[in-house]
Design a protein. Sequence first.
Length: 383
Amino acid sequence: MSHFSVIVAGGSISGLMAAREAARAGVTVAVLEEDAEIGTPEHCGGLVSMEGMKNLGLVPDAGAIENSRIKKAKILSPSKGFELSAEKQKVVVLDRRALDKQVALQAQRAGAEIRVKCSVRSFAKDGARYAVKTSEGDFTCDYFVDARGVSSIINRNREGVLSSAQYEVYAPWIERDTIEVTFDSEKYPGFFAWVIPTGEGRGKVGVAGKGINAASALKSYMGAKGPHSAVRKVYAPIWVLGPIESFVSGRTVTVGDAAGQTKPTTAGGIYTCGMGGLYAGNAIAKAMGEGDGALGKYQSGWSAMFGDEFSKMLLARRLLERLDNKALDELFSVIPKDKLDEASATGDFDFHAAALSKILGVKSAAKMAKALLGNEIRRLVDG
């Protein structure tokens, strides 16, 4: 029976980052990925800032960058819309399969062992260690990292789970430099539809929402846009209710999607989940020498970086979930252009709550309050 100081269940970016950091400290690490390939299935839009990549200690390989020419984002409600410039934020679209393999290579070079097609069936305390049963046999470890994604968190709470579908699409209506986001409370309740270009006439097109048939909703969305061909289809649940209460339980450390580290507003998580893995790997390495009290540095570090941001995004999510289409249109119609320009000039892609605060500024508060009041009255009447 093989023994490792750390076993990481899941070869996501968060799990691989945790493995990389722990292995760099000389800790023996095994990453066990249930799928046949690191980075597959890819159900991520791949949007991230180059500044975020720098903080993760990553310079994406040329093959991992699908599009570095994002200039603007169109944000649409059923009958209104506005644009934000994205040029100053240096946003790129990444191929997650290639990026995850790049992190896997870093982890392997640091000393981690990576096994694919190896699923964790159970893990339990066995004296001072964990006994881990897998499809490839039994292992033991001192620390267990749960990086198994949304499937892990769903087992504890389904309230924050939305259905989603994302297709790789060839279509003449996809503009290489333009991200498109469409809000519609009837078609995509609690979320939106999106177009993320990977090149001229090709991109990742998706929808998500509470209680919807994602495949049907996406078919309708693309049908209204125009001619298209889907060359790849992915269906996956997404998590939007923010972080779980505790990232650490004994010597079990939870990271990434499994810890609820995806953004409540967009379900994006390359940066936030990656940083979760980085903090976790460093904390485990410290715990090996200083004692398990050092594991607390993981949650305190991540929360200091993202806690306030996530609280604001959760507030924005609660607002979005209550708005009908009329209220969405009214809100979009009162956003001042100068606030859009300010958000474009000073916004941070990885921390977009500040940009939301600017867009939904004080000058528009009265008009927005009126729109929200009308929304609540309609809810009462319809209810």
